[in-house]
Design a protein around this ligand. Structure first.
Ligand SMILES: Cc1cc2nc3c(=O)[nH]c(=O)nc-3n(C[C@H](O)[C@H](O)[C@H](O)COP(=O)(O)OP(=O)(O)OC[C@H]3O[C@@H](n4cnc5c(N)ncnc54)[C@H](O)[C@@H]3O)c2cc1C
Length: 371
C-alpha cells in the first residue's frame, strides 16, 4: 500500500484527525480538493466553543462536545491559539421563558454541563445593553480563532511527516483485498491514483458522495444543504456586547434561534438563520431583504439596536442528514466493516458542534482504528 491511512477533506475535523494519526502512524495522507485548508464550512461558522447544552443525553454530539470543549481550550493554551472563554447568556424575556430556561438547566446537567440562572441585576452588570428578566449563564462557552487552529493542525501534521495534498479531488474509490485504490483529479485535470489501507471520509458537504464512491450509499445518510446567514452589527454599537447572547429556544423555531456572537476581532454578528436549500448548491449569498427579520428577532433583548445598525455579513452551509422538519440527528461516525468496507471510516452529518468537538472526534476515530 502507498499510504497507511488516507483522510479525505482538510476542514477542521479532517485536520484534527490528521494531526492525531500522523503522530502515531507512518504514511498518513490528507487529500483536499481546494488549494488550501478550511475553504468550506470550517471557515463559515460562528467559531463558538459550545458547552454542550442542547444535545440529547448520550448522543455523540453531547459526549464529543463536552469532551471536545475541554480539549480545545487546553490545545489553545498549549499552542497559543487566540480564544476567549467569554461565556454565554440565554436570555428569558417573559415569565414563560423563565420556566424554559429552568428546563434547559436540567437538560444541560444531564450532559454534565453546569449552568447558573442569574437575575435581572446580574444580567445588567454583565451586559448593561441587554434586556432580560432572567438568564441562563454558561461559563464554559467561548470563541476561538478557527483559522489559527487549523493552521496549527496543518503545521503539526507536516512536522509529524504526514503528507498533505491540496488541489486534488478524490473522484473514485475502489475496494481491494486489503485496502482501497483512490483516484484523484488535480487542478490541471490530470488523473492519478494510489492505494491506502485505511480511508477516513471527512469530506463535509460531500461526505455522502465520497461514501457512495466506496459503494456505501444510504438514503438516510444523504446530505441536505442547510444554509445559515449572518448580519453584522455595525460599529460603534458592536462594542455594547461582550459575550454570546442567545434567545430562549422555542419548539416552533428551526434551530436555536438567531443569536448574537462575538468574534476574536471584536466584531459582533447576528445569526445564523436556518434555510434548507432546494438543491445541494454552494449558495453563500446573503439575502439583504432578511435584514428586517434578523433585526426584529433580536430587538426584544437588544433594545438599543436599530434596523440601520445591521449589514449583511456572510453565510455557511450545514451538512445535515435530517431533512427539513425532521428531528435532529446525531453525528454519524462509523467504521464500515459491517457494511463490507473494512478500514473505511465515515464521518457524515458533521454539523455543529463539529468545530468544538474536533479534537475529541479525532480521538474517537483513532480508537475506531485501534479496534
Ligand atoms: C452556519 C454554521 C455555523 C456553525 N457554527 C458552529 C459553532 O459555532 N461551533 C461549532 O462547534 N460548530 C459550528 N458549526 C459546525 C462546524 O463548522 C462544522 O462541524 C465543521 O466545520 C465541519 O468540519 P469538517 O472538516 O467536517 O468539514 P468542512 O470544513 O466542510 O471540510 C470538508 C473538506 O472536505 C473537502 N472535500 C470534499 N469532498 C472532497 C473530495 N472528493 N476530495 C477532496 N476533498 C474533498 C472540502 O473541500 C472541505 O475542505 C457551524 C456550521 C455552520 C454551517
Amino acid at each position: 500500500m502507498d499510504a497507511d491511512i488516507t483522510i479525505i477533506g482538510a476542514g477542521v475535523i479532517g485536520l484534527a484527525i490528521g494531526e492525531n494519526l500522523s503522530a502515531n502512524y507512518k504514511n498518513v495522507f490528507l487529500i483536499e480538493k481546494h488549494p488550501s485548508f478550511g475553504q468550506e464550512t470550517s471557515s463559515r461558522n460562528s467559531e463558538v466553543i459550545h458547552a454542550g447544552i442542547y444535545y440529547p443525553k448520550d448522543s455523540l454530539k453531547a459526549k464529543l462536545c463536552v469532551e471536545g470543549k475541554t480539549l480545545l481550550y487546553e490545545y489553545c493554551r498549549k499552542y497559543d491559539i487566540p480564544y476567549n472563554n467569554c461565556g454565554k447568556l440565554i436570555v428569558a424575556t417573559s415569565p414563560e421563558e423563565i420556566s424554559v430556561i429552568e428546563g434547559l438547566k436540567e437538560k444541560a446537567l444531564k450532559n454534565g454541563v453546569n449552568l447558573d440562572i442569574i437575575d435581572k441585576d446580574q444580567v445588567a452588570s454583565m451586559e448593561p445593553a441587554v434586556f432580560a428578566l432572567k438568564a441562563l449563564f454558561s461559563p464554559t462557552t467561548g470563541i476561538v480563532d478557527t483559522h489559527s487552529l487549523m493552521k496549527r493542525f496543518e503545521t503539526n501534521i507536516l512536522n509529524n511527516e504526514g503528507q498533505i495534498v491540496y488541489g486534488s479531488e478524490v473522484t473514485g474509490i475502489r475496494k481491494l483485498d486489503h485496502g482501497y485504490e483512490v483516484s484523484l483529479t488535480d487542478s490541471d485535470k490530470k488523473h492519478f491514483s494510489f492505494t491506502s489501507r485505511i480511508i477516513i471520509n471527512s469530506a463535509g458537504l460531500t461526505s455522502d458522495k465520497v461514501s457512495e464512491m466506496a459503494g456505501l450509499s444510504d438514503e438516510k445518510l444523504s446530505i441536505n444543504f442547510c444554509k445559515g446567514e449572518y448580519f453584522r452589527i455595525n460599529p460603534p454599537k458592536n462594542r455594547l456586547i461582550n459575550r454570546l447572547i442567545y434567545p430562549v429556544p422555542h419548539p416552533e423555531m428551526e434551530g436555536i434561534g438567531i443569536h448574537v456572537t462575538v468574534d476574536m476581532g471584536g466584531g459582533v454578528k447576528l445569526g445564523p438563520d436556518v434555510t434548507y436549500l432546494s438543491s445541494n448548491v454552494y449558495d453563500y449569498k446573503v439575502t439583504p431583504s432578511k435584514q428586517e427579520i434578523f433585526w426584529k428577532s433580536v430587538k426584544i433583548f437588544l433594545p438599543f439596536l436599530e434596523y440601520e445598525d445591521l449589514t449583511p455579513e456572510m453565510a455557511g452551509i450545514r451538512p445535515k442528514t435530517q431533512k427539513k422538519g425532521e428531528p435532529i440527528r446525531d453525528f454519524y461516525i462509523e467504521e464500515e466493516s459491517s457494511r463490507g468496507c473494512k478500514g473505511f471510516i465515515n464521518l457524515i452529518g458533521m454539523e455543529s458542534p463539529g468545530l468544538t468537538s474536533c479534537i475529541a472526534i479525532a480521538n474517537h476515530v483513532s480508537k475506531l482504528i485501534r479496534k
